[in-house]
Ligand binder design. Structure first.
Ligand code: ARG
Length: 586
């Protein structure tokens, strides 16, 4: 693994040291380097510095320029422009050499992992037992999976936690029904995902009907909750059946999503059951929580609800029961103390943001969170239908997630079939899954997570515009050129002069690592998506302007094949970080 310093970081360093040499008191100042249309980069930082020192910015800029070594090594040319900007042009040789070093590094493309990795526990993909998954769960899974891959790529250690809803009073009714009607759920090993969910639905509906109609059953269900909470063996056995059957269903959906979910990371609410009394005891003893009308609650001055009334967080209800907040607080203790987390990341619907604000603030008061261990809720917006209204079927029902995914794959099959000339039916189906699921993921990931997004299948599988299909085609086209090259191999030729389009592509390829780092640090997968889209656009304009296989000289052919190859690898890696496949042929 050979790390490569990015061109922009090298330029940044040279500017910073020229600046420090010119004005020692400016040490550590940021030259504010940006990609620019006028030259390769523009640095705007001198303006503010000159202003502060009451100097003429153009004169200061000229002094800095005098200290910068130019030539073909890195900076070919630097000049003062406008009120005191620096316009910087790199040498072609430096660009090609940089890409050659990335090319030689393989998988990581020369991107160095960070020096001081922390441990991030990512709470994502958390459906509820005995319930259908909905589009909200889809967002959590897709965003969480991408963030995790991006963080891993930066060198951060990540641990997944699927905080599934597998505990609570609602299980009393279900378990009591199963107790009275044994055998209604088949052993989980014998069913597929769809059957599992339909069994669960049937039991749910049947038990609900009895529950609503029969007061005595209601009472038995209530007692069943107590039995569950006190760890009664038989009750736990029946509860486990619901969990197992649900896992069969969850896993089938995750598989459809082409997503790996590890069983040891499915740690639901129930896992924190035993620790909850202690959580409550600590909070009460430290005075973080207080008794109010029998319940144990935490108050916040800053958090107020309707009528400006303070909204408390309920740690323990007056009847002694624990709920969602207690399980989340206990989970924090576990993640900090036992998993040694330095960051807790929650990918949960923005509608739960108040819950998390209160939970995090409570944990801070208790000292579980502090300057060294922080928590963030990446609250994502609502999924809307193509009409801009919350996503529902025509009949007003929530859309089943599997139906949605199946439809995406089906639409993708139409697109693939239309384009494919030499694919067998099996290949079409395989590509359709990669294109359809990719389309769903990309549409989600390319919008800023906190915004609502429209689930519009027509738009998602479109070949034009900012879609995964467009990126997948770009990748497949490059791979096809590389296949057609025959004897000619990709090889860097730093001695060649580059076309404008080659330079633009090269500089963008150089920015991959920095983009992933920034997107990971900000929990902003859409920044990586935007980068990849631009990469495909820059490649297209390179391809339009610079013949590859018909280039003038054999060296030119090799060098352009080499640019194609680095582009393909970068696209492949970037898409993989988003959880999206890049088929070799489409
Ligand atoms: N199961 C919850 C739901 O479906 C999401 C859980 C989020 N994670 C957490 N630690 N509370 O809404």
């Amino acid at each position: 693994m050979a790390s490569v310093t990015s061109l922009s970081d090298s330029v940044q360093q040279q500017l910073a040291s020229a600046l420090t040499a010119t004005r020692p008191e400016a040490a550590g100042a940021d030259p504010l380097l940006r990609r620019s249309d006028r030259a390769d980069y523009q640095a705007n930082g001198i303006l503010a510095l000159a202003k502060k020192a009451k100097e003429n910015p153009r004169e200061l800029a000229a002094e800095v320029v005098a200290r910068i070594t130019t030539g073909d090594e890195l900076i070919k040319d630097v000049e003062v422009s406008g009120p005191g900007f620096l316009n910087i042009t790199l040498g072609d040789r430096a660009i090609v050499q940089n890409l050659a070093a990335r090319h030689a590094d393989g998988e990581r493309l020369g991107v160095p992992p960070k020096q001081d990795p922390g441990v991030t526990v990512v709470d994502y993909a958390q459906p509820n037992v005995a319930k259908e998954m909905h589009v909200g769960h889809l967002r959590s899974a897709v965003i969480g999976d991408a963030l995790r891959a991006m963080l891993d790529f930066t060198g951060e250690k990540t641990i997944g936690r699927h905080h599934i809803g597998d505990w609570g009073t609602q299980f009393g009714m279900l378990i009591q029904y199963l107790f009275e009607h044994p055998g209604e759920l088949a052993p989980a090993g014998d069913v597929d995902g769809e059957q599992a969910m339909s069994n669960l639905n049937r039991v749910y509906k049947a038990s609900r009907a009895v529950f609503d109609a029969d007061e005595e059953f209601k009472e038995r269900a209530r007692r069943r909750v107590v039995a569950l909470q006190s760890g009664d063996k038989e009750t736990l056995g029946l509860w486990q059946q619901f969990v197992d059957e649900s896992k069969v269903y969850f896993n089938s959906v995750f598989e459809k999503l082409d997503m790996e979910i590890r069983d040891d990371e499915i740690v639901g609410e129930s896992a924190y059951n035993e620790g909850m009394p202690e959580t409550a005891r600590i909070l009460e003893e430290t005075g973080v929580a207080v008794r109010s009308e029998g319940a144990l609650v935490v108050f916040f001055d800053e958090i107020r609800g309707k009528d400006d009334q303070p909204v408390p967080l309920i740690v323990q209800k007056a009847d002694g029961g624990f709920g969602y907040a207690a399980s989340d607080l206990t989970a924090i203790r576990n993640r900090v103390r036992d998993l040694h987390a330095t960051t807790l990341l929650y990918v949960v619907d923005v509608r739960q943001s108040l819950h998390f604000r209160m939970v995090f603030e409570t944990a801070r008061r208790a000292g579980w969170l502090n300057d060294d261990v922080t928590a963030h809720n990446m609250g994502y917006g609502t999924v809307l239908g193509a009409d801009g209204k919350p996503f529902k079927t025509r009949a007003g029902e929530t859309v089943r997630l599997e139906d949605l995914l199946d439809e995406a794959v089906q639409r993708a099959a139409e697109v693939v079939r239309e384009k494919a000339r030499d694919l067998t039916e099996d290949e079409i189906q395989e590509r359709a899954a990669q294109v359809g699921i990719g389309a769903v993921k990309y549409a989600d990931l390319s919008t800023s997570p906190n915004r609502d997004y429209k689930f519009d299948l027509d738009q998602m599988v479109s070949l034009n515009g900012d879609t995964s299909v467009y990126l997948q085609y770009a990748y497949a086209r490059i791979r096809s050129i590389l296949r057609k090259a025959g004897e000619a191999r990709p090889a860097a030729h730093p001695e060649l002069a580059l076309h404008e389009a080659e330079r633009a592509l090269g500089l963008h390829l150089d920015a991959f690592g920095n983009t992933v780092f920034e997107a990971a640090a900000e929990y902003a997968p859409h920044k990586l998506a935007a980068y990849l889209y631009q990469l495909a656009s820059l490649y297209t304009s390179f391809y339009d302007k610079c013949p590859v296989l018909k280039a003038e000289t054999p060296a030119q052919v090799e060098n352009r094949l080499f640019l194609c190859d680095v582009t393909a690898r970068t696209l492949h890696r970037g898409m993989a970080l988003l959880g999206i496949r890049t088929p070799e042929r489409l």
